[in-house]
Write a protein that binds this ligand. Sequence first.
Ligand SMILES: *Cc1c(COP(=O)(O)O)cnc(C)c1O
Length: 485
Amino acid sequence: MEYTSTRDNARKATSAEAIVTGLAPDGGLFVPTSLPKMDFSALQGLSYTDTALQVLQQFLTDYDAAFLQKALAESYGAGFGGKVGELVRLDDSLYSLELWHGPTAAFKDYALQLMPRLLVQAKTMLNDTSETLVLVATSGDTGGAAQAGFQDVPGTKITVFYPEDGTSELQRLQMVTREGGNVGAYGVHGNFDDAQRGVKAAFVDAALAAALAAKNKKLSSANSINWGRLVPQVVYYVTSYLKLCEAKRIRYGDLIDFCVPTGNFGDIMAGWYAKGMGLPIGRLICASNKNNVLTDFLEAGHYNAKRPFHKTSSPSMDIVVSSNLERLLWHTCGSDATVRAWMADLAENDGYQVPAEQMERIRETFSAGWADEAAVYDELWQVYQEHHYLADPHTAVALRVCRETPAGDGRPVVVLSTASPYKFSRDVLRALGQPVAEDEFAAVRALEAFSGVPAPQSLATLSEKPVRFTDVIDASAIVGVPLTL
Ligand SMILES: *Cc1c(COP(=O)(O)O)cnc(C)c1O
């Protein structure tokens, strides 16, 4: 499988090169130049990891099978407590794909458990002996999931920077209590933008890069546009489809829809790859919160980033520029020059316009909708009344959009559930009309008592874990941290 950049089709890369490089030097994203076709019906009955092996081998053709098999077993084993790819039936046409049973109770665990292993193996394949120092600025889930993914992965160190007052208490504790000899966390005075600015400054600091190179060390970002983060997400579309076949809810070949709570467009893009490989998917429904730039884009073909940024109860979807959309644009027009022009337009004028015929092709697969905060709270309440189902605000956005955009021909819809309700206990309690405790752990216990649904072990025991990292620094001091690692 050959990869190229969305902004320069003359650039060619193997999957290992794409994963080590992350963002192409021209600013583009790595994309496969063709889509492998698979007969997924032949995979019925396989375990999650065996299915993953078959799917990933189509894309990661330069990796050997024995390595992939071991990496998959390590990534999706004990940390998921047997609930990898967990599909819950709400009714005969509505299912919830619970992607939050991993080590940090975040959907990002799927990508971030596997990606570090792919990265380290890629370095070996490319004879790169340097140590990788991963720096992550985080406003929430990514930091903890990245730490867990890189924890004890040889040849790497992971340091996360979170805004001192910008994350939930639970998310902060996940980061400052994380085990592992190669793991670190710093609080940063200020907000997420300050933390991100500090990390970006480290990445562009030539003196720092030279000093690190002298010690055979290199910075890396584990960013969500890395191909190694996208490709693991193709797998659970396949396993959920096959589970519905095995449960005789559908026959192989019947179409189903997926509804995806979307931020950076990575998760839903993985669904597009699954469909492109031949998985019988009808529609991919792109669900947004009040930051509804993608709903507007899919309607009008005009990507308009000139708009207010709303803070919502689904913070992982609070985004104005969805980077992974660039992959879809490239695949549906095939022209690096065109994509380059749009991205220049986005940088200079906060937007770009995609021609009508290309939008028609995109709309053959994608539809879109959004939910405001009142609708999200109402949905949390309704889905609990109807199905005794506890959702989190991100999942509730998707459930609401589903409710309002009935699927074609009443075919089954799988909603991707991206966060544990217990990560947002106070929002959920409020939506269910319950008293809301100020303390997050008290809220977790109250929600357990009210619903009878146990909280994930990793969250429930967090308050007992020793705090390892207590430093809080100025954003301007971030650049000094890599030399101490
Ligand atoms: C990251 C995230 C999303 C959005 O996924 P994208 O791939 O960025 O579209 C949705 N929900 C949760 C809980 C997330 O952490």
